[in-house]
Write a protein that binds this ligand. Sequence first.
Ligand SMILES: *Cc1c(COP(=O)(O)O)cnc(C)c1O
Length: 449
Amino acid sequence: MNDLIHHSRIEPLITEMGSQEVKKLINSVLTEVRQSIISGKVTSIALDQIVQSIIDECTLKRRPSLEPVINGTGVILHTNLGRSLLSPAIKDYINRIMFSYSNLEYNLQEKRRGLRYHHVEKVLRELTGAEDVLVVNNNAAAVMLTLDTLVPSKEVIVSRGELVEIGGSFRIPEIITKGGGTLHEVGTTNKTHLSDYQAALNEDTGAILKVHTSNYRIIGFTERPSTAELQQLAEVADIPMINDLGSGLFIDLSKYGLPKEPLIQEAVANSDIVTFSGDKLLGGPQAGIIAGKHSLIEKIKSNQLLRALRVDKLTLAALEATLDLYRNPKRAVREIPTLRMITLEMDELTRCANDLANKLNTVNGLSVKVIPGSSQVGGGSFPGYEIPTALVSVQLPEDYSATRFEQLLRTGPIPIIARLEHDQILLDVRTLQAGDTEIIYNRIAELVK
Ligand SMILES: *Cc1c(COP(=O)(O)O)cnc(C)c1O
C-alpha cells in the first residue's frame, strides 16, 4: 500500500480525488489481485499492472454521467439527446456570465433590486411583437403557470382534435385539471367549428385554449377555426385566448422548402397569450416563453408559483445571446445549429456523406455506400415531415452482428448513436457536427479489426 500511495503515477490521482478515495480504490484492486492469486487464476503480477488497474478504476469512477454523444440519427431536436445545441457564437457571452457576478437581479442605474426576467424582455418583445413577456423553466411550466393564473376553477374550452400528449406524460387534459380548471371538450377529432366553441361558452368559461398539434397531424376531412377567429370569439366573451404553440419559430422556413409551421409573431398577433419552448425550433436553452397582453402577463408574474418555475442565470444568458442572433435572420439560420441543420442543402449533405463513406471504405471488410433517406426535425415540430438527406450505410463483415455493433458504437468512449435497419448501420450526416467524422472513423476502424 505504501509503495502504491507514493507511486509517481498514483500521486496525481490523490491530488484530484483525495487520499481517502484513492486508498479505497487501491484496497479494492489489491483484494481482487489477492483473490485471483488464491484462486490460481494469476500466478504473478507486476507492480505496473496493479498501478494501471488502479488508474483505470479511477478513470471509470470519474467518468461523468452526463456526457457528449454523436447524433447519427438525423433527428435534429432529439429530446433524449438534449434537443437544441446552443450556437458556438454565444460561447463567450455565456462564459462571461457563468464565472462572474452579474446584475441578475440588480438594477445598476437605480441601485436597487431588479428583476431577472427583465434581461430578455426587450428583445423578446421586439421579436414576438408582444406587449409583455415572461420566461420560465420550460414550456410545460409556461402552460401550467398560465392556466393556474388565468383559469383557476374555471372551464377551459379545447377542441377534441387538440388534446395533445407530449412525451413524458405531459397531457393537456391533465394539466388543465391539475390547475384546478375543468376541461370543456368541443368538436370532434377531425372537425371543430367556430360554432362549437361558441355553443360551449357559459358563465363558468375561463378561457379558450388552442394547442398546436405539434407531434401529430390530422389530415383529410378536417376543419379548425383560425387563431384570429378564436381570439375574436374570446374577446366578445371577455375571456383570454391562450395559444400553446409548443415549438415556436421566428423565421419562416417555407422558403427553404419546409412546410409552414406557425410563426410566433403571427400567433402573438392573434392570441392573448402564446407559450412556446426555448429549446425546440428556437434553438436556445431549455425555457418556456409566455408572450402576450400586458395585463395578463402582469397577473402571471404575480403568481406565487413563478418562484418555483423560475429560470436560472445560465438559461437567461444563453437565451439572451441566442435571441440576439435573430436580429439578423440570415445569421440566425447560419449560426443557430437547429436552424442550420434543418436547412442544410443536399449538396452539402452529400459531400459530408461521401467524405465519411470514403474514409470508412478504407477499413478492411466494410462495404460502405451513400444512400438517400430522410431526416426528421423531431421535438414536436414539423410532425410527419421527412426532410431528404444523405445516409452513410455501413455493411459489416459477415461474421459481425449489426445489433451488437450498434451497441458497441453506443457504449464506446464517445457514444455514437446510429440507426439500425436491415442489418445495416445507418448514419445520417445531417446531425453530425464538426469533428464527428473523424471520431466515427476511428471508432469503427478500432471495432473492425
Ligand atoms: C413540447 C410541447 C410542450 C412542452 O414543452 P417543453 O418545453 O418540453 O416543456 C407543450 N405543448 C406543446 C404543444 C409542445 O409541443
